[in-house]
Design a binder for this molecule. Structure first.
Ligand SMILES: O=C(O)CCC(=O)C(=O)O
Ligand SMILES: [Fe+2]
Length: 306
């Protein structure tokens, strides 16, 4: 809804953000601001080094070469998630079936794997081992967790865990090839995926924290996320699933903002805000480290998972 105060993100660094807002995460939770953006949170040269390393290790593929067969069964189609204990994937939107639009995940996605809890937690343990090996020092995980801790004004930021102590994956690396797009959607373990059997279900709010490692660019245009000034309500489902959200937003005069990021920039947003990342089929994939975040204003601990 259009308001007199512009809907603007908090940026560009922690001191400025904390001067501007007493509780940035409460502002995000309420939908008063679209995002918190930390520019240059992680060194851009380290970002490109990570992409090179992941490709050399065979965890990502070089898009200038034919995709190795070993990636075929790891490709994640657009829009997929699973609900509750279902093993059948659902689609958060009507995916565009197009050759080459695919995503590689390095890490354990609760949305994709969570329907089998034992398998998800076992996979998460492997991810933690892998990330320790990939990032023995200067870990981008620390950048995300430390930033969150500071903007929360010193709540305790931990990798999400179950009551028995078993942890989830600490974050996920996602590479989007060939113009992979996220159509307008929202993410919620509570309101969408119905994950009642997981500890993260109890939080009042869910955010995302995304650190960009590499942009994808075609004809000077890069794939960037768009946040709509609209928190999900059930009546929006018909527009999200049928792909008519843009028409709805126009009719209701809902504004939006493009969050333009460079490698090394980190942004946090409320995943209940309808959001999207239109695909741009550049030569290189858009590569990010992504997290979900569980937050309740009256709780000391903030959970991070993927
Ligand atoms: O990559 C991003 O910036 C956001 C992606 C997203 O919306 C998601 O993973 O659900
Ligand atoms: Fe999302």
């Amino acid at each position: 809804m259009k308001q007199t105060t512009p809907w603007q993100p908090l940026a560009p660094d922690i001191p400025t953000i904390l001067e501007t807002s007493q509780f940035p995460l409460d502002d995000l939770a309420a939908g008063h601001i679209p995002a918190v953006i930390l520019r240059n949170a992680y060194a851009p040269e380290k970002c490109s080094q990570i992409v090179t390393d992941l490709t050399q290790r065979g965890l990502l593929f070089d898009p200038s070469q034919p995709m190795p067969d070993s990636f075929q069964d790891q490709l994640i189609p657009e829009g997929y998630y699973r609900e509750g204990k279902d093993s059948v994937p659902r689609s958060a939107w009507q995916p565009t079936i197009a050759e080459g639009r695919s995503r590689i995940d390095i890490g354990s996605s609760l949305g994709y794997r969570g329907s089998d809890k034992e398998a998800f937690l076992a996979h998460s343990a492997e991810t933690r081992t892998l990330f320790t090996e990939l990032f023995p020092q200067d870990s981008p995980l620390d950048t995300i967790y430390d930033a969150l801790q500071q903007i929360s004004r010193d709540k305790r930021v931990v990798t999400a865990y179950e009551p028995d102590g078993r942890q989830y994956g600490p974050a996920i690396i996602r590479a989007h090839y060939g113009g992979y797009a996220y159509a307008p959607h929202f993410d919620s373990v509570r309101l969408r995926e119905n994950r009642q059997n997981y500890a993260v279900y109890h939080f009042q709010h869910q955010f995302a924290g995304v650190l960009v490692f590499q942009n994808t660019t075609l004809n000077d245009q890069s794939a960037q996320s768009v946040l709509h000034h609209c928190l999900w309500e059930p009546h929006l489902d018909k527009h999200l699933s049928s792909g008519t959200f843009h028409e709805y937003a126009q009719e209701k005069d809902i504004d939006n903002i493009e969050i333009h990021l460079q490698p090394g920039d980190l942004y946090f947003f409320n995943t209940r805000s309808i959001h999207e990342v239109p695909g741009v089929a550049g030569a290189d994939p858009r590569v990010v480290m992504a997290t979900f975040i569980g937050f309740s204003s009256d709780e000391e601990e903030i959970f991070v998972w993927s």
